[in-house]
Design a protein around this ligand. Structure first.
Ligand code: NAG
Ligand code: NAG
Ligand code: NAG
Length: 400
């Protein structure tokens, strides 16, 4: 016995998805993915019918952030995209690392040979003191080990993994057994261009784009090239995104910080860059925005207050909205969610209608979406939903 369903819908971002589902009684395999069609590859394609699961610094709720282990774990757990922050070493090699200093997430303080390497530099108007990434060669950086940023997370993998390069990160994504996208950030470009110099006067952004192009990343959002190797380029610096858009046609996302923090390069306020006239301007360069979630729905005394109109406004300009950062732990969950990260996902996906979510816990978001996105399909009958749930239960029972 076989039943086949064709579901069509137009998402908020305006693209049409077609999802074909085959249910064969007795072989209830993973039911939720579109069939591979036009590509000569056995790899399961990127899902594009529900909000993107963006693995923030990998599965960094479990493993030290931005390490190979963290990214491999995120692939296992169902990430659509692997997110990473790109900085540069003293000798110009691009690496996956979040902070401009090594202090908080590596064991650099244990190295006697680097004890005289601490500096104070101005970063975005603030003086910061520490061991700066840009004062270390890639060979030196490779001798360090990464550790967990938060004390309340598992510490057993501290000291086990090295910093990886942007190219090593790309190989992890390309080697995945299914199509997994990448979501690299041009991090602190003003600071990096001040401190690191490349041959021929190339800028940080040039090197960043060269690496993407050399590894086959290209094509506008949802093009065949993009679907083969999906990428979103993100930055808090609008100038870098506008510059990069002359070099590569891949989709770009403008990150938006707290309401009190001006843009790193153009010194524009939060209110300027979320205005209608700014969206009208920036939509020529980006496909969406990545706002901090507390600016979209500001909390008061740890409860959510009335949502702003940011999501609706962005959607009106055909801009996607990918807020950051979703974290399972109680200290990050507003009281409205009753210590339940699934309740938070439910709110942001179904009530706020966002198009992607940066999460520290890819496995949780994946599981939430597997359980709910089919049930929420506009067209599924009660019997379809039941079948889907049974298949998930069987998968869970088999330990898949
Ligand atoms: C490093 O950790 C300290 C102490 O928790 C914090 O104040 C500081 O902001 C962190 N530095 C960076 C660059 O994240
Ligand atoms: C950025 O803008 C603010 C507010 O307009 C201004 O006070 C400040 O001096 C500017 N900073 C720089 C570095 O231009
Ligand atoms: C389901 O959706 C398809 C395509 O939009 C439509 O043709 C069909 O009539 C729908 N079926 C039901 C039962 O609503």
């Amino acid at each position: 016995m076989m039943s086949m369903y064709i579901l069509c819908n137009v998402t908020t971002t305006g693209f049409v998805y077609v999802l074909l589902l085959n249910h064969f009684l007795g072989s209830l395999a993973r039911p939720l993915y579109p069939l591979p069609s036009k590509f000569n590859t056995d790899k399961q394609q990127l899902q594009t019918f529900r909000p993107f699961n963006i693995a923030h610094r990998g599965s960094n709720g479990e493993f030290p952030e931005e390490t190979a282990a963290s990214y491999v774990r995120a692939i296992e757990e169902g990430a659509d995209f692997l997110e990473t922050d790109i900085l540069a070493s003293k000798d110009g090699v691009l690496i996956c690392f979040h902070d401009v200093i090594l202090d908080n997430t590596t064991n650099v303080a244990d190295y006697k040979e680097f004890s005289d390497r601490q500096r104070t530099y101005e970063v975005q108007g603030d003086d910061i003191t520490g061991w700066f990434v840009v004062d270390f060669t890639i060979a030196e950086l490779k001798t360090l080990k990464v550790k967990q940023r938060y004390q309340f997370r598992d510490q057993q993998y501290n000291g086990k993994f090295s910093i990886i390069t942007f190219e090593e990160f790309i190989s992890i994504a390309l080697d995945a057994p299914r199509v997994v996208g990448i979501y690299p950030e041009i991090k602190n470009p003003v600071f990096i261009n001040q401190h690191v110099k490349w041959l021929g006067g190339k800028r940080f952004e040039d090197i960043f784009v060269d690496i993407l192009l050399r590894n086959g990343y290209k094509g506008p959002y949802m093009s065949d090239d993009w679907l083969k190797q999906p990428v979103f380029i993100q930055s808090f610096a609008p100038t870098s995104l506008v510059y990069a858009s002359k070099l590569i046609d891949s989709p770009k996302i403008l990150l938006i910080d707290d309401v009190t923090i001006p843009t790193q390069d153009t010194n524009q306020s939060y209110w300027e860059i979320t205005s209608e006239s700014y969206f009208e301007y920036i939509k020529e360069y980006v496909v969406g925005i990545g706002p901090w979630k507390d600016t979209v729905v500001p909390p008061q005394n740890n409860y959510l207050s009335t949502p702003t109109d940011l999501v609706a406004k962005a959607h009106a300009y055909d801009l996607q909205v990918h807020p950051y950062t979703y974290r399972n732990e109680n200290q990050f969950l507003h009281f409205d969610f009753h210590q339940d990260p699934y309740a938070e996902y439910e709110f942001w996906i179904n009530q706020m209608g966002v198009d992607g979510l940066f999460t520290d816990f890819t496995g949780s978001l994946h599981r939430y979406q597997e359980w709910t996105s089919f049930a929420a399909a506009p067209n599924a009958s009660a019997a379809d939903r039941l079948l889907h749930r049974i298949s998930l239960l069987i998968d869970a029972y088999r330990g898949k």
